[in-house]
Design a binder for this molecule. Structure first.
Ligand code: PNS
Length: 159
């Protein structure tokens, strides 16, 4: 079974990484799909985000990192993936995810969406919290892989 794990990944966090590990317990192949969204202001460029995901997942087998634009279900079909995986931390996530799932399943009923509940220790982690914490000088060591910590510190220093 091939799974798509889509997101903005600006940047990838330990929460995302844990999900990637857990997906590989039941999927044979995993495509981490980074949304190319020119209208959304991002900290890292698409190339930087892909590079950081590559570094953070280089110990994992059967993982590909790709970018996509347009509809997620079209990308999933193009990749011949059967499932889309999304992480859920709380009811706010769930509400948004249910809406996306409804739209995606209307568009492509053959593709299933699977939710994975985040581990307790990752419930407070989000890419936006990581970006904000760095700017405010907080330690993000427990929230992101080492390669991301170095990259985000040097990036925010330049700004
Ligand atoms: O990490 P994010 O920002 O929560 O990821 C959101 C993402 C990329 C999964 C979502 O925005 C998406 O699938 N965008 C592609 C456009 C699409 O297919 N929209 C229809 C579903 S509402």
């Amino acid at each position: 079974m091939k799974a798509i794990f889509p997101g903005s990944f600006d940047p990838i966090t330990n929460g995302h990484l844990d999900l990637a590990n857990r997906i590989l317990r039941f999927a044979d192949k995993l495509v981490i799909a980074v949304l190319l969204n020119s209208s959304k202001q991002s900290l890292f460029t698409i190339e930087e985000r892909i590079d950081l995901i590559g570094q953070a997942t280089n110990h994992l087998h059967n993982v590909e990192i790709k970018c996509f634009s347009g509809l997620l279900v079209d990308f999933a079909k193009q990749e011949q993936a059967q499932i889309i995986i999304r992480g859920v931390r709380n009811y706010i996530d769930l509400e948004y995810e249910l809406l996306m799932t409804r739209v995606n399943s209307q568009l492509a009923p053959e593709i299933e969406t699977v939710f994975l509940y985040a581990k307790q220790e990752h419930l407070h982690i989000s890419s936006s919290a990581v970006r904000e914490m760095v700017v405010l000088g907080a330690d993000i060591s427990t929230m992101v892989p080492g390669c991301v910590k170095s990259a985000i510190i040097s990036k925010t220093k330049d700004q």
